[in-house]
Design a protein around this ligand. Structure first.
Ligand code: MEV
Length: 310
């Protein structure tokens, strides 16, 4: 019985969420320790063609299910295998609807598993094309940033419709991530920004433009290990995102707590209106203080990530 495994991981957007949808650059970082695994297992016979099982946070496929179902269907058409009986097992460490890329990660792992199952090589461009099918169903009009990052081992410099650029970074600090415990709603947040652009185009365009400049400056800060400046840029980005109405009172509480505890900067990450925030700490000692402050302020779950190898 043939078994194929596909893997991917979570991601975090450092700079450029929302503005990336309108052509501004964004920087995202892989979270290699928070993984998603898809296993396709051949069944020798039987009427059940597609049996997905899911194990992970919230223990259901939740709203991602329709995107996954359609993705699998199109993959099977592509491989001329609609009658192929199989079991699909999904194992996730990535919380859903927290801005950590769980839906793009599930698609990426599934696509990798099926390409392996049908003994077909898979290049990055093809992978991203397939992931976009699922992301369009789950999120409406995704920029492709999530898809690019959950399949990359390196940080990503991303501009919509342009070739994705992995880049090397020199980041001596610690990224601290905290979940508000409130469902982030990427689709809703993207439409809030779209409405603002319709109602007050001049203002909204200015915020989006500024977020692009902040992302560009952050790339320089990352490559030169200028943590102070990076933190300052993150704080400015949070102000711009607040002006675009995609923050949330509980995000604001956690961001304030992190900054009080010694963070160099803090902001929401991903879609916002709930979901996750990230803070930058100069070292592990301060990171631990920030973690305590975040937990006291009501964070649901906290992660840290360092990048020694890029
Ligand atoms: C969501 O993780 C990031 C957004 O910029 C939407 C997108 O890029 O598609 C809010």
């Amino acid at each position: 019985k043939k078994t194929s495994i596909g893997k991917s991981h979570a991601k975090v957007i450092l700079m450029g969420e929302h503005s990336v949808v309108y052509g501004q650059p964004a920087i995202s970082l892989p979270l290699p320790d928070i993984t998603f695994t898809a296993t396709v297992e051949e069944r020798l016979a039987g009427q059940i063609i597609f049996t997905p099982t899911y194990q992970g946070p919230f223990s259901s496929l939740a709203e991602g299910y329709e995107g996954i179902r359609q993705l699998v269907n199109r993959l099977l058409i592509n491989f001329n295998a609609l009658k192929q009986p199989f079991t699909l097992r999904l194992r996730s460490d990535i919380p859903q609807e927290r801005g950590m890329g769980s839906s793009a990660a599930s698609a990426t792992a599934i696509i990798r598993a099926f390409y392996d199952f049908f003994d077909t090589p898979l290049d990055a461009k093809t992978l991203q094309k397939w992931t976009a099918i699922e992301e369009r169903i789950t999120h409406g009009s995704p920029s492709g940033l999530d898809a690019a990052t959950v399949s990359s081992d390196a940080p990503i410099w991303f501009i919509k419709h342009e070739v994705t650029q992995p880049f090397s970074l020199n980041l001596n600090g610690v990224i601290v991530l905290a979940d508000t415990g409130i469902k982030g709603q990427t689709g809703l947040a993207v439409s809030v920004v779209r409405s603002l652009l319709e109602e007050n185009p001049q203002d909204a365009k200015q915020h989006i433009h500024t977020l692009g400049i902040l992302a560009t400056e952050a790339q320089t800060a990352l490559q030169t290990n200028d943590l102070q400046n990076l933190g300052r840029l993150m704080n400015q980005a949070q102000q711009e995102l607040t002006a675009l109405e995609v923050s949330h009172p509980q995000l604001d509480v956690l961001i304030e707590a992190a900054n009080q505890a010694g963070a160099l900067g803090a902001k929401l990450t991903g879609g916002g209106i709930g979901g996750t925030m990230l803070a930058l700490a100069p070292n592990m000692e301060v990171a631990n203080r920030i973690i305590t402050a975040l937990e006291t302020a009501g964070a649901n779950e906290v992660w840290t990530q360092t990048y020694p190898t890029f």
